[in-house]
Design a protein. Structure first.
Length: 505
């Protein structure tokens, strides 16, 4: 072991019933290194880092930390030894304050076990200052945004001064500005000697932040390379075992604008969005771009009837539509796929079959209200095949599927109503590159079949790759419209930031 190596993992393995999650993986981490760990959902990344952080116990192999073999019995043991982890699923307690969360079970106490609040708040301010956060330590966490929750999770881990910090998809809930602040702080901590294992699905982050990238596939180590020696194509091929051609599918003919058949006019909800109007063509993929908080999701929820609006009209095929509830939207052929598939989009404790038929249950009942099991089974089998869902069988619980397959299930679930208009909100969040390509091609297929698609995404390359036209939002209003021939990240960001604020097309 070299003097620069802080962590060495040798032939580590872990299995669960029916699944070899990690299979004979070896790798090293250098002091002060940022190692990106990538791979498709189900590649074994999470299980691997859980073993490093004491959450799971290896079945074989060894973990060597600073030249000594370690055997952690818990995450507390690992943290005490110098390995901290921040999971993608946040663990903060909403009812407690910022200070109580960051220093949970580590508050400064006196002889009578009473908390020294002034000292606790002083220590918390020191941590908040590391990320330039102007938040009172006594603030209840439930009052903060999801992006702030993610940063507090990281501060909670950093406050223990670990030598190695493992971050699992840390920017999934962050704005672009918050992500940049996170990167700056990671680099600062790196100069102080901290090492990082950084899990991400966003390949751009690999090249922006990491020194070296390690790829896993099917529980095995595929390889690692200095970031300067590879490009995105190399990493995709390593992750999926094949080259992905035409990631976004073939674009439609943009020289002929589609006939407008769906329109919203004058949509307003005070303090959220104002006087939003736009049309959607049959078979068009219309992107909604903007910074987080610009009002795009709120608008979509209002169109679908989840949230109320103060004013605004909807029409389909030049006929007025009344949508005041999701049920009314579904009945009239409008579908909305939420950005929060786990919390709001799927029934995680129910089976794949039960999820896929949930919006269309009435289609499978006879006049006496009895379900036709044979028709249900046939329909579900067809949709599993049609949407490329990987599952042992349709009785598998949804929570046991990978993120990509959960997302495919949610798409298949809503396509069962045969919608005329479908709103996709962050359709590839937390989804690996192989599943992303499958989803993009499915969107193209739906559009070519005549479905009008409205797509909300915070990832500009995704919008530029898949959309026919993009509307840009700034502070609840449409600040610009960009057609495909004029697509550029710079132009869209100017509209999103309010530098440009008029529709030119």
């Amino acid at each position: 072991m070299s003097a620069e190596t802080i962590l060495q993992v040798n032939h580590i393995s872990k299995s669960f019933p029916g699944v070899q999650a990690v299979d004979d993986v070896s790798f090293s981490l250098q002091r002060g290194e940022i190692l990106a760990l990538i791979g498709e959902n189900g590649a074994g990344k999470s299980t691997l880092v859980q073993m490093l952080a004491g959450v799971q116990k290896p079945e074989a192999g060894e973990i060597v930390l600073e030249g000594k073999e370690v055997n952690f019995l818990s995450a507390y043991d690992a943290l005490h030894a110098g390995i901290g982890i921040v999971f993608q699923e946040l663990s903060l307690v909403d009812s407690l304050s910022v200070a109580e969360n960051i220093f949970a079970n580590r508050q400064p106490v006196g002889k009578l076990n009473n908390i020294h609040w002034k000292q606790l708040h002083d220590q918390t301010r020191q941590q908040l200052n590391r990320f330039n956060l102007d938040i009172e330590p006594s603030t209840p966490v439930k009052r903060l945004s999801m992006g702030k929750h993610q940063i507090l999770e990281i501060l909670k881990a950093i406050s223990g001064d670990p030598q190695i910090l493992i971050l699992d998809e840390p920017t999934s809930s962050l704005t672009e500005a918050e992500a940049l602040e996170l990167f700056n702080n990671i680099r600062k901590l790196q100069t102080e000697g901290m090492s990082f294992i950084y899990i991400t699905h966003k390949l751009g982050e690999v090249f922006e932040l990491a020194d070296r990238v390690m790829v896993m596939r099917d529980g095995r180590y595929v390889g690692s390379e200095p970031v300067g020696r590879v490009d995105e194509g190399d990493l995709v091929a390593m992750m999926v075992g094949r080259e992905i051609h035409e990631m976004y599918g073939a674009s439609s003919d943009t020289t002929i604008p589609p006939d407008e058949y769906f329109r919203i006019e004058g949509f307003t909800r005070k303090g959220v969005f104002q006087n939003v109007s736009f049309g959607l063509g049959r078979g068009e993929i219309l992107g909604l771009a903007g910074l987080i908080g610009a009002g795009r999701t709120e608008l979509a929820r209002s169109i679908f009837g989840i949230d109320p609006r103060d004013s605004g009209k909807i029409s389909l095929d030049n006929r007025p539509m009344e949508i005041n509830s999701p049920q009314e939207a579904i009945e009239q052929g409008v579908a909305y796929l939420t950005e929060d598939r786990k919390g709001q989009g799927l029934f995680l404790d129910m089976s794949v079959l039960e999820n896929l038929i949930a919006p269309v249950l009435r289609q499978f009942t006879n006049r006496f209200g009895i379900l036709d099991r044979a028709r249900i089974n046939q329909n579900v089998d067809e949709r599993i095949s049609q949407f490329g869902i990987t599952t042992p069988n349709y009785n598998q619980k949804m929570l046991n599927l990978s993120g990509g397959n959960q997302q495919k299930c949610m798409i298949a679930m809503w396509m069962g109503i045969q919608p005329k208009v479908t709103i996709f909100d962050e359709p590839t969040r937390g989804v690996d590159v192989g599943a992303r390509s499958d989803i993009y091609h499915k969107l193209r297929e739906l559009a070519s079949g005549g479905t009008g698609i409205i797509m909300i995404s915070s990832e500009l390359p995704e919008l530029l790759g898949i959309c026919d036209r993009i509307l840009v939002f700034h502070r609840g209003q449409v600040s610009g419209e960009v057609i495909r021939e004029d697509f550029s990240e710079e132009l869209i960001m100017e509209y999103a930031a309010g530098i440009k604020n008029h529709i030119e097309h």
